[in-house]
Design a protein around this ligand. Structure first.
Ligand SMILES: Cc1cc2nc3c(=O)[nH]c(=O)nc-3n(C[C@H](O)[C@H](O)[C@H](O)COP(=O)(O)O)c2cc1C
Length: 183
């Protein structure tokens, strides 16, 4: 089994990366982690409606290749100003190539069928941004019929990453990974 982890934080050694790493560990799958730094937003050129894959030559190409051969997807985002990060939106926008032209909007998904969205946030109340995370899972379900688990939220995160000292966070992330993999 293979898994792709997306760290949609600019900090590849931060809280989000830590949680994505533990979830992947929990899946027991061969996991590959990708950051979004340097990956451009969608240009709305619409070339992908003909080519299926986005024509931009950037780091997203390696992600498409990994998605195509993987069974599981973990999308991790920090909460920025009450929503997922711009990097997480960029990841989702760059999946636009997997939607055929209007009006049919054909599902052209080439990637994992099962996904977990996870978020880290400063605010301790872990239910606070669930509506926003629900919007993300709704998109993944609506366009590509991806089966999404309940989002995993880790609250009370500080700027200096200290999640390694929170055993309950590690257990929750490992358990979420096991559930994602059906183990
Ligand atoms: C620009 C910015 C905006 C933020 N906005 C929020 C917010 O609205 N709510 C919240 O709970 N935490 C907020 N935070 C805190 C981050 O979500 C939190 O520290 C997160 O764990 C950072 O993830 P990282 O370590 O992967 O970068 C914000 C942090 C930054 C840098």
């Amino acid at each position: 089994m293979k898994a792709v982890g997306i760290v949609a934080s600019p900090r590849m050694d931060g809280n989000t990366a830590f949680v994505v790493g533990r979830v992947l560990e929990g899946t027991g799958a061969e996991g590959r982690v990708f950051g979004m730094n340097g990956i451009e937003p969608c240009s709305a050129c619409m070339a992908c409606k003909g080519t299926v894959r986005c024509v931009k030559r950037d780091g997203m190409q390696a992600i498409y290749e990994a998605l195509a051969v993987s069974d599981l997807l973990v999308v991790g985002s920090p909460i920025y100003l009450d929503h997922i990060s711009a990097q997480a939106w960029t990841f989702l926008n760059r999946l636009y190539c997997f939607i055929g032209p209007a009006p049919q909007l054909e599902n052209r998904w080439r990637g994992p069928r099962r996904c977990l969205v996870t978020a880290t946030q400063g605010r301790p109340a872990e239910g606070h941004y669930l509506p926003q995370l629900g919007q993300i899972t709704a998109v993944l379900r609506k366009y590509w019929s991806i089966e999404c688990q309940e989002p995993l939220v880790v609250g009370g995160c500080r700027r200096e990453p200290d999640l390694a000292a929170r055993p309950e966070v590690i257990s929750a992330a490992l358990a979420a990974g096991r559930r994602l993999a059906g183990r």
